[in-house]
Design a protein around this ligand. Structure first.
Ligand SMILES: Nc1ncnc2c1ncn2[C@@H]1O[C@H](COP(=O)(O)OP(=O)(O)OP(=O)(O)O)[C@@H](O)[C@H]1O
Ligand SMILES: [Mg+2]
Length: 140
């Protein structure tokens, strides 16, 4: 399924829509170029929950935890170099927690994920335009 976004607001709306559609899923891999809108997507999801936590990029913190009605983990593996480093930060526990887990730059762990997940791919078209594509993996 492909969505087209021409603004940050539109990306927020698309996030709300996708999250409604995949209500029972908890693991979301956010792929695609720098500035594609991965972090913006997570912000949109929290807004749709009415959650006031401040969503910022976890590039340097690696993991951000938001306290909404339930816990939400926002992880960015950009600065990690391999699966061992991901295991060291406790990736298995996050994946296994039953909480919402959003992972930016997930390529280093993708093959090892046992839980059901979808990939959301962000493609930059130009300064404001993004293509957001949902790729379903296996049985949802
Ligand atoms: N349609 C759009 N959707 C989302 N962001 C947009 C859009 N148009 C412009 N932008 C801008 O693009 C940037 C997206 O940044 P964001 O941090 O969400 O990207 P990212 O994919 O998380 O990048 P990174 O890989 O560096 O973490 C923001 O500065 C935002 O204002
Ligand atoms: Mg980001």
């Amino acid at each position: 399924m492909k969505y087209y976004s021409n603004s940050v607001e539109k990306t927020y709306q698309i996030a709300a829509e996708i999250m409604k559609r995949y209500k029972s899923l908890r693991v979301f891999l956010l792929k695609g170029e720098l500035g594609g809108g991965k972090t913006t997507f997570v912000k949109g999801f929290l807004k749709s929950l009415g959650c006031n936590e401040n969503v910022t990029s976890p590039t340097f913190t690696i993991v951000q935890e938001y306290d909404c009605n339930e816990k939400i983990y926002h992880i960015d593996l950009y600065r990690l170099s391999d699966i061992h480093e991901a295991i060291d930060i406790g990736i298995d526990e996050y994946l296994d927690s039953g909480s919402y887990v959003f992972i930016e730059w997930p390529e280093i762990i993708e093959k090892e994920i046992d839980e059901a997940y979808i990939i959301i791919n962000f493609k930059l078209q130009d300064i404001n335009n993004r293509i957001i594509e949902v790729i379903e993996i296996g049985k949802q």
